[in-house]
Design a protein around this ligand. Sequence first.
Ligand code: GLU
Length: 441
Amino acid sequence: MNSAVRVRFAPSPTGFFHIGGARTALFNWLYARHCGGTFILRIEDTDKKRDSEESVRVLIDGLKWLGLHWDEGPELSGPHGPYFQSERQCIYDNYLNRLRDYGRAYDQDGAVWFKVSGKPAVIHDEIRGEVTRLEEKDFVIVRSDGSPVFHFVNVVDDIDMAITHVIRGEDHLSNSSKHVEIFQALNVATPIFAHIPLILKTVGSGKMSKRDQGALVEDYKARWFLPEAVRNYLCLLGWSPKDDREILPIEEIIALFDLKQISKNNARFDEKKLAHVNGEYLRKLPAKAFIDFCTPALKCAGLISPKTDSSHLENVLTACQEKVRDVESLPNFCTHFFTNDFPVDEKAREKIFKQGNPLVCIREFLGALSSLRDFTEEDLETMVTKLAQSNNCKTGDYIHPIRFAVSGQSVGIGFYRLLCILGKDEVIKRLEKFLQTTSFA
Ligand code: GLU
């Protein structure tokens, strides 16, 4: 444990939360939790044109959704605040004066320039090793309109917030020599850096951009992905537990995580794998948690209302859990449990009517139902098995058309369970209606 570790996620609000940023936040958070250190959220909102409260909200909501709670930052405050760069002008003025005093800042053409040392800057990077770069030219740190430049405020804040480790995207590696120069000019020891390799899009060699499918955290939330699953998947983009496991409890990832283990190679985004991880998480959730997570999705789809019988809802969702691949498609998968006006899969209909006598089978089933004592999964199964035997056909000859008639689908939860959840009256009603309305009858 090293409680002196202080790391930060320092996003510039852009109006969306890219998964690359989310992964950077995650690696900072993991490292802080691994070391028992402090995770800071700092909003780098110096670009007045682009920044807005709404853009900050997207970041804050996304971080909270992923469970990446910060120890210091917006909404919490802390000893090194304010945590919005737009509110830290006095601090920047102070540091600028110091640079002027040391003869490392000067005015030219209305802007303030930083005077480089002429010596190569050494960047200690936990992933890249030691990187040496010479910053040859002086550079602007305050523009002529008075607004401070990213390199300057970024370093000032890292000093002022006592940041020990700078974990960020590899696209900033080339900035690091400028940053090291400023640290040294202010007589402050440079932090340890860890520049995380980029995330490439699923195909090709391009970097994942905000336009790529699956690039935004807010989309996963809107599509009812489980945040724990998305977080687990993001952990795998550049880090692995080295034993082929992909699905791990977050506590275990925290215990294993270290900066030195982060891969030097670019990570490739794989939406299919993310969907797979999400499915695994969904199926493994405790039943109650699954129900709590899915209920709002069904509500949003207009399938249920406060009047919906809660034990019926529970039965449906419990039965769906083992089959579910994602919650986005769950409303379609279970519409027929909540209304008899459900969509019908026309391809499934074609298949049903291609062979055998589906309508005859449905009639036989209805006939046999009248002598069935208990409408239970077991008894229904025994009844269908006997029907098939005595009519010299397969149980599937009953199961497929009946499933289709009561649900409009050829797939779904276990057949007998489907019937029991719908209940005897509803099953009879739907089968009779199906017989009446099917033109082949
Ligand atoms: N505001 C910068 C960005 O969003 C932060 C860079 C850093 O982490 O130092 O890329």
